[in-house]
Design a protein around this ligand. Structure first.
Ligand code: PMP
Length: 453
């Protein structure tokens, strides 16, 4: 009864992110009620394993008491503090220092945001300011990668290269450019890692030549392209791109909004790749989704250039909720949990997840299995030889999501028949095995579905 009235209220009033509004009205909302560890329970009492950690963010799992207590303490003591007027709060200062200590290289300066999109926006603001401070205002062109995702603001959606975020919104903006993705499974350069790296280097060099090296400000890359379908570049790809950016004198921005905080194993994926970006964005796992927060980490050079350029003037960039003390207190406790065993558990669970998903490679619908750590995807095809995707007309993603749900599993079903996995790092081996088994069951049922084949 309660649930039915919620469905009606939702239909009438709540506008959902990245949804077909009319499709959602027809189907109605599924109300989530509670969570514990890697399990969520819906309003009807159905229990499911959350194989996607909410939206790749609840890395610590649900119902972690110590996080709730840290948040509650901070809410009681000081629920809000602005960073304007030279003010600050202890958790925000401490979290900035802890992040700087652990970040690669000299990313020593932390600007807190509310999430990933405004972190990406902030990088664009800082980078424009940086070049203006250097007396190079003409360096105002930005390059990112096809299939990349960098947020849902106008600026971030323009750096994003997924059609749904562009169509009807008037983006990308004219200073936002793309080069092809490394997407190994469908790369015209073939699947050889060296050929893929060479193709990406040639593409970036070509794009910079086309725009003029003196006009390009920055290049953006995710260590693994998440929303584009978990596209994993070959080892050495990030490092090669980073080096080329240094050579071409453009800033390298690593968008670690998904890959940060243990998702691929280490605290930051850049560390594993041996890459030191000029700027890095994080969010999601920073607070494990318990409160909104993101951050931009800046190198000494970027920060000092902006600071010196501004001199006595204010750098006019800031949000009411920058460095929110409750989010920061949560961030500190989540960071403690990562290092008290969560990262370690995630690494073991990630190895098991990859092994389990790879065991599905022989399934007639599975064209590709890819991932690193607790970030993975399966790409489904109807013809393995010719890599023919499932027919889009059958809305296979929706059907697969619904079937997985009925089998007690939440996964991400991307529009192109790619299934995404990003379970909480606290998953037990049994839970990982259940994710794989429930996927197998879902694939078997999909194989029997005449509309999808
Ligand atoms: N960058 C990347 C790589 C992301 O995956 C996301 C979100 N999925 C964002 C930016 C935007 O973050 P948010 O949704 O918190 O605004």
């Amino acid at each position: 009864m309660l649930s039915n009235s919620l469905v009606e209220l939702d239909r009438a009033h709540l506008v959902h992110p990245v949804a077909s509004y009319r499709g959602h009205e027809r189907r109605g909302v599924r109300v989530l009620k509670s969570g514990s560890g890697a399990t969520i329970t819906d309003a009807s009492g159905r229990r499911l394993i959350d194989g996607f950690a909410g939206l790749w963010c609840v890395n610590a799992g649900y119902g972690q008491n110590s996080i709730v207590e840290a948040a509650t303490r901070q809410l009681r003591e000081l629920p809000y503090a602005t960073g304007y007027f030279g003010l600050g709060s202890e958790p925000a200062i401490r979290l900035a220092a802890e992040l700087a200590e652990r970040a690669p290289g000299d990313l020593n300066h932390v600007y807190f945001t509310l999430g990933g999109s405004d972190a990406v926006d902030s990088t664009v603001r800082f980078i424009r300011y940086y070049y203006n401070a250097k007396g190079l205002p003409q360096k105002d062109q930005f390059i990112s990668i096809e299939q990349g995702y960098h947020g849902s603001s106008t600026v971030g959606a323009g750096l994003t290269a997924l059609p749904a975020f562009h169509a009807g919104f008037g983006v990308p903006l004219d200073w936002q450019h793309k080069i092809p993705s490394h997407y190994a499974y469908r790369n015209p350069a073939g699947s050889d890692p060296q050929a893929i790296i060479a193709a990406s280097l040639t593409a970036l060099r070509g794009k910079v030549d086309e725009l003029g090296a003196d006009r390009v400000a920055a290049f953006y890359a995710e260590p693994i392209q998440g929303s584009g379908g978990v596209l994993v570049p070959p080892p050495g790809w990030m490092k090669a791109m980073r080096h080329l950016c240094s050579e071409l004198d453009i800033l390298f921005v690593a968008d670690e909004v998904i890959t940060g905080f243990g998702r691929t194993g280490p605290l930051f994926a850049c560390s594993e790749d041996g890459v030191i970006p000029d700027l890095m964005t994080v969010a999601k796992g920073l607070t494990s989704g318990y409160a909104p927060m993101g951050a931009v980490l800046m190198s000494d050079d970027v920060y000092d250039t902006i600071a010196d350029g501004a001199g006595a003037s204010a750098v006019g960039h800031g949000y009411t909720y920058s460095a929110h003390p409750v989010s920061a207190a949560i961030g500190l406790e989540v960071l403690r949990l990562y290092e008290a065993g969560l990262l370690e558990n995630g690494r073991k669970a990630g190895a098991r997840l990859m092994e389990g998903l790879r065991s599905l490679s022989e399934h007639p619908l599975v064209g590709d299995v890819r991932g690193r750590g607790m970030l993975a995807a399966i790409e489904l095809v109807v013809d393995k030889e010719r890599k023919i995707p499932l027919p889009a007309s059958a809305d296979p993603s929706r059907r697969i999501f619904d079937r997985a749900w009925d089998n007690g599993l939440v996964i991400r079903a991307f529009g192109n028949g790619v299934l995404g996995y990003a379970p909480p790092l606290c998953c037990t081996h049994d839970e990982i095995d259940a994710i794989v088994e429930r996927t197998r069951m879902t694939l078997d049922q999909t194989l029997e579905d005449p509309d999808v084949r």
